[in-house]
Design a protein around this ligand. Sequence first.
Ligand code: ZN
Length: 305
Amino acid sequence: MTAWKQEIEDRFRLQHQREDTTLQRLDSSQGRIAAGYLACLPRTDALTIGDAEFSMNTRLRLGVAPAPKLPTHCVCSEPLSDCYNHLLACRVLCTEAPGQHEGGRPGMRNWWDLRHRLILERLTADLISANVGVVMEPGPLDPRRDGDMSAPDQLITYQATDRQAGVPRCVTTDVTVHETVTGALIRSRTSVRSKLNNEATAKHRTHGEASRAAGCNFVPLVFASLGTMHPETEKFLNLTDMDIDERLLQQIGTGRRMFTATVLDGISCALARGNARILFRACAVLQRAHLARLQHDRAAVGGNG
Ligand SMILES: [Zn+2]
């Protein structure tokens, strides 16, 4: 980080030293892809997000209500005014499968699956364009799953040549996005970094051994919804270990540095799009519930009169 940026951050931290939610939000929205959707040029559809999606994500980043006239509490009774990020993690609002008209597809169990899928598809499409072999959900790597694909893990396997060893290298990944600005994390004083570390460790436990048995490295793609990544994820997405054909990158008009930047910006936009889809839906449900309560209260007052 350059000195002037560090100075601004230090001053901000000092000013807000007693505001745990604000500091957690700051820690959750740092790093390369956190600001990608804000700063990238909309050169392709993948790097273009709509006004409403942009607004939703920016509001979330600033801690501002994602929509007007939201009730003070979620349908699950969690208070909202201090932390709207709850809407991305609510177990009542997010655990229904999205309908087809909402972008849902067969096999999606909840709204988080939709966000995972947008990120995975973006990364996969970019790597395929650079001639990296990709297998999406090759089937359960873990034999204990015994062919049960009713709840796919959304694993993908990439095959590229290892830059140093010059041998084909296989990497299995699994995307997960976590909410790191929640009341529970703040109350338990869990830092963003340790939350992401815990999630990465859990993913290694679930998929690491089976991946190694299949001859692959396992890299968990762990993100905070505001964009901070686990260091292992960041290293993988910088693509420095993958030997991608430079001549091909020149042919598709990018070159190495530009290609990596495009991949990272694409993931940032996909994450922002996924957040927005969840938030649009959450706000609609909340506004409907709020309206129903107002009508109910009004009817009760009318009845009393
Ligand atoms: Zn809730």
